[in-house]
Design a binder for this molecule. Structure first.
Ligand code: UDP
Length: 313
C-alpha cells in the first residue's frame, strides 16, 4: 500500500509511519510541525519508501500518484494546546478532515479518522462504549477539540453514506510513550519530567479523577487492524486498566525514586472525572487487546524522557 499519514511527525503519527514502513508499505507523512517535530521522523531520512511533506492539511492537499489509504492524525491534542491553538484545532478537525476525505474520494483510497475518547466528554456512562453519545460542553475550554472531532466523525460518516467511501473511525483513549513532547502538558510528560527533575508532581484537584493509559505500540497495532477490517462504525482503542491520577503520581514517584512528593493544583474546568474504554468491540471485531502493562510502558517512557533531558543538558 501507499499511505498518507497526516500529523506524520507527531507522537502517534510518527509511530504509525514506522509501523507501516516495517510492514513493507510506502508512507507519505504530512505535517505543518506546529506540535509535531522532524526529530520524530529523522531516522527515516534516506528511506526510499518514506516521503515527508511539510504542509498544513487545512489547506488544499495535493499528493501525486496513487494512494491506498489516508490516516488523518493531524491535530494538537493536549489540553494546553486547547488554550493555545483553539482555532487551528477546529480547522484541522473540520477543514482538514474534509480535505483528507476529498483526497480519498479522488484517489479511491480508504480513510481512517483518529477520533478520541473526548467525544464522550465528561461521561455519564462508565466505562464508555461506542454506542454512548457523550456529555460534551459545546462552549467549554475543551470544546475546540471535542466538537472538532465530533464534526470529523459526522463528516466521515457523511462521506461514507453519500459517496460510499470506505471509512474507519478509531476513538483513541489516553495513550503514552516515547516521542511525546516533554513540554506537552499532558499528565505523562508532566509527571515524568517533574519526577526526573526531582520536583513535586502537580496533581490537579484531589487526584480522584481516573484515566486508563495505553502504550503506543498497542494502540498502533489496533489501528492497523481496524484499517484492514470491515468495521465502518467507531471502535474504541485503549487500555481498560483504570487508575486515579493520585495513584498514578505515586506510581511514577516510586518508579523514579523521586522523594519530592506531590502538590495539588486547581482542577481545570470540564476535566473528565472518569475515563475507561470498554474494548469489547475491539476484542470481538479486531481480535485485539493491549499487551503492554503500565509498569513496562512507563519504564520505557521514563527512559526516553531521561535520554531527552540528558541530551538537552
Ligand atoms: N493532570 C494532573 N497534573 C498534570 C497534568 C494533568 O493532575 O500535571 C490530570 C488532568 O487534570 C487530567 C489527567 O491528569 O485529569 C489527564 O490529563 P491529560 O492532560 O493527560 O489529558 P486528558 O486525559 O485530560 O485529556
Amino acid at each position: 500500500m501507499r499511505v498518507l499519514i497526516t500529523g506524520g511527525a507527531g507522537f502517534l503519527g510518527s509511530h504509525l509511519c514506522d509501523y507501516f514502513l516495517n510492514k513493507g508499505h510506502q508512507v507519505i507523512a504530512m505535517d505543518n510541525l506546529i506540535t509535531g517535530s522532524t526529530r520524530n521522523i529523522e531516522h527515516l531520512a534516506g528511506n526510499d519508501n518514506f516521503h515527508f511533506i511539510k504542509q498544513d492539511v487545512t489547506e488544499y492537499i495535493y499528493v501525486s500518484g496513487p494512494i491506498d489509504a489516508v490516516l488523518h492524525f493531524a491535530s494538537p491534542a493536549s489540553p494546553i494546546d486547547f488554550d493555545k491553538f483553539p482555532i487551528k484545532i477546529l480547522k484541522v478537525g473540520a477543514l482538514g478532515t474534509h480535505k483528507a476525505l476529498g483526497l480519498c474520494r479522488e484517489k479511491g483510497a480508504r480513510f481512517l479518522l483518529a477520533s478520541t475518547s473526548e467525544v464522550y466528554g465528561d461521561p455519564l456512562v462508565h466505562p464508555q462504549r461506542e454506542d454512548y453519545w457523550g456529555n460534551v460542553n459545546p462552549i467549554g475550554g475543551r470544546s475546540c477539540y471535542d466538537e472538532a472531532k465530533r464534526f470529523a466523525e459526522a463528516m466521515t460518516m457523511a462521506y461514507h453514506r453519500q459517496h460510499g467511501l470506505e471509512t474507519r473511525i478509531v476513538r483513541i483513549f489516553n495513550t503514552y510513550g516515547p516521542r511525546m513532547r516533554l513540554e506537552d502538558g499532558r499528565v505523562v510528560p508532566n509527571f515524568v519530567g517533574q519526577a526526573l527533575r526531582g520536583e513535586p508532581l502537580t496533581v490537579y484537584g484531589e487526584g480522584s479523577q481516573t484515566r486508563s493509559f495505553c502504550y503506543y505500540s498497542d494502540l498502533v497495532e489496533g489501528i492497523y487492524r481496524l484499517l484492514m477490517s470491515d468495521e465502518r462504525l467507531p471502535v474504541n482503542i485503549g487500555n481498560p486498566t483504570e487508575i486515579t491520577i493520585l495513584e498514578f503520581a505515586q506510581r511514577i514517584n516510586e518508579m523514579t525514586g523521586n522523594q519530592a512528593g506531590i502538590i495539588h493544583e486547581p482542577l481545570p474546568p470540564n476535566d473528565p472525572k472518569l475515563r475507561q474504554p470498554d474494548i469489547t468491540k475491539a476484542r470481538r471485531v479486531l481480535n485485539w487487546e493491549p499487551k503492554v502493562g503500565l509498569e513496562e510502558g512507563l519504564r520505557q517512557t521514563i527512559a526516553y524522557f531521561q535520554q531527552r533531558m540528558n541530551e538537552a543538558k
